[in-house]
Design a protein around this ligand. Sequence first.
Ligand SMILES: N[C@@H](CCC(=O)N[C@@H](CS)C(=O)NCC(=O)O)C(=O)O
Length: 240
Amino acid sequence: MSAPDIHLYTAATMNGYKPVIFLEEAGVPYDLTFIDFSKREQKAPDYMRLNPNGRIPTIVDRGNGDFPVFESGAILWYLAEKYGQFLPEAPKARSEVLQWLMFQMGGIGPMMGQAMYFQRIAAPNGHEEPFSIKRYVDETRRLLEVLNTRLEGREWLAGDAYSIADMATYPWARAYPWAKVEVSDLPALTAWFDRIDARPAVQKALTIPKAQPQFWDAAADDGAFAAENAARFASDAKKG
Ligand SMILES: N[C@@H](CCC(=O)N[C@@H](CS)C(=O)NCC(=O)O)C(=O)O
């Protein structure tokens, strides 16, 4: 049997789950290399030839001359076009999906990422920065309110169908406990979490390449899990 078209390089993180969710939802074959941050595999020269940013995820499309794609939003877009799924053709509907995809890539991801970094990595490594924490937590909360308002009276972020915009946003927004942001008063957002939580493909995706459910629930504050994550990036935080 020949190798599947898509080879995915990923890890169990918010950006890392996005292409796994797509591939499981689309039901297309793929194979995968787990990138181990503790061994800094994301910075290996061979990997950085595929992803010049030295981060995950990356795909290589064997069915398209070993074409590499990096940046999780571009990966979702590429896969949606290749397989003709989760990105509508009609120009306005397509634009709506891409607007919410960009909102995730330019807002939710970077701001939540910094809220997580300053609380989960910098602070436990001796860099307690209350001003930065407040800035990123407030901005995260504001962006989650934007999502909540958008989801009032609608099932999905764009148009009337589940799309790559939902797939990109869910792994980040759903990890709100890891950013230490409260969402219990945002009912449209939490109902959208429930809808996506219930999808079998998403449930499976969140175990690939390894289950990391602690990001998603109260166990985010489990001492051992938090300490392991702080230690994983301690050398980076100490350079600061
Ligand atoms: N904008 C990039 C961000 C990728 C990114 O930050 N990935 C993180 C994991 S969520 C990573 O690889 N971190 C390892 C590192 O910083 O060395 C994307 O969406 O693909």
